[in-house]
Design a binder for this molecule. Structure first.
Ligand code: SF4
Ligand code: SF4
Length: 339
């Protein structure tokens, strides 16, 4: 984000708004990935699961998303799922609307379906393709969105590759570099990001990295970022993986992001993982990125994080006294015009 955007986001925080909005635009997904947090029974807090919510389709989905966006006024919107490409017709209507509103937008998908080349006209759009390691492991975990299918579906697009590192990948020296070699030589790839698998507290998923594996991954990423400039992860961000935020209250990402599930009402807390995530083992790139910004020294011992926490408290207090918490949704004329 540019400095002007950061300042606008800060002004929004002072007014009690969250600059980031993440929406699960559908409860459907053709994949059944092991370790998927969206379909974890704990994701929505335990009483309901994502597949039990009633979601929207067609014009209703587009209109309702725009209503939420016009109410919340985010600077950045993530469209996730399920897989958002299940609703590709709705995305064709929604993306021009978000572009008109000058909102930075990210679509997170498995690329099981074609990424249209025409989406390249949206300068604020990022399409992030989730890839679970090299082809043998990925194809096993993510069929039908196999390597072969992804390569075909991104052939005319510009995309970001995002891979979540699991214990299997961390246990094999050279694995991450091989992954970077495979993806970095392709003209469709704008950048590559890594996260580390983040478990729920007390979980025993086989994907969970040991402390030694986390330390190894940090050293490996610090080395590889110098060899592969397409690995768009700053040193300060990578170092945050060693000491993630201690709790959701300490996590700038969780505190600045409003996450809604597929009925566009159910809030996912405390962050996009939902349930009771183990912050001490967090490896989410967004959380690490904002933690790095928060630890940036502004003046003497004063950090950007100190300024954020004070601003957030002012913003939330202001929202309470001004009575603007959950304001009624304004009618979006633009939404009705296009629809
Ligand atoms: S593609 Fe995403 S939402 Fe679908 S099962 Fe895999 S991880 Fe879950
Ligand atoms: S993003 Fe990570 S650090 Fe932040 S609340 Fe979620 S699990 Fe905790």
């Amino acid at each position: 984000m540019k400095t002007s955007e950061v300042l606008k986001a800060w002004a929004g925080i002072l007014a009690g708004n969250k600059p980031y909005l993440s929406i699960e635009i559908t409860k459907e997904c053709p994949l059944r990935c092991p370790g998927c947090y969206a379909f974890d029974p704990a994701h929505l807090g335990g009483d309901t699961e994502l597949r039990q919510l009633s979601d929207f389709k067609g014009v209703d989905l587009v209109r309702n998303i725009l209503t939420v966006i016009d109410r919340e006024k985010p600077r950045h919107v993530s469209l996730v799922g399920g897989d958002p490409l299940v609703r590709y017709r709705e995305l064709e209507m929604l993306l021009p609307e978000l572009d008109t509103r000058k909102i930075y937008t990210q679509i997170v998908t498995s690329a099981f379906r074609l990424i249209p080349a025409e989406w390249g006209r949206f300068s604020r759009l990022t399409v992030a393709i989730s890839i679970d390691g090299l082809q043998p492991e990925h194809d096993e975990r993510r069929k039908p969105a196999t390597y072969e299918r992804i390569l075909k579906n991104i052939a005319d697009a510009r995309v970001t590759i995002h891979s979540t590192i699991t214990s299997y990948m961390a246990a094999r020296p050279g694995y991450i570099e091989e992954f970077l070699r495979f993806w970095s030589g392709r003209p469709q790839i704008e950048r590559i990001w890594f996260s580390l698998f983040t478990p729920q507290r007390g979980a025993t998923d086989p994907e969970i990295l040991t402390p030694a594996q986390r330390a190894f991954v940090v050293e490996d990423l610090l080395r590889l970022r110098l060899l592969y400039p397409i690995l768009e992860m700053r040193e300060s961000l990578i170092r945050e993986i060693i000491a993630p935020p201690t709790s959701p209250a300490d996590c700038i990402f969780a505190r600045t992001t409003h996450t809604l599930s597929a009925d566009l009402k159910t809030k996912i807390t405390p962050c996009q993982f939902g349930g009771d995530p183990d912050c001490s083992q967090c490896g989410c790139i967004a959380s690490m990125g904002l933690a790095a910004v928060g630890n940036h020294r502004v003046l003497g011992g004063l950090t950007a994080g100190h300024l954020f926490h004070v601003s957030d408290r002012i913003g939330q207090a202001w929202k309470k006294v001004s009575g603007t918490f959950e304001p009624p949704a304004p009618e979006s004329k633009a939404a009705f015009t296009i629809l």
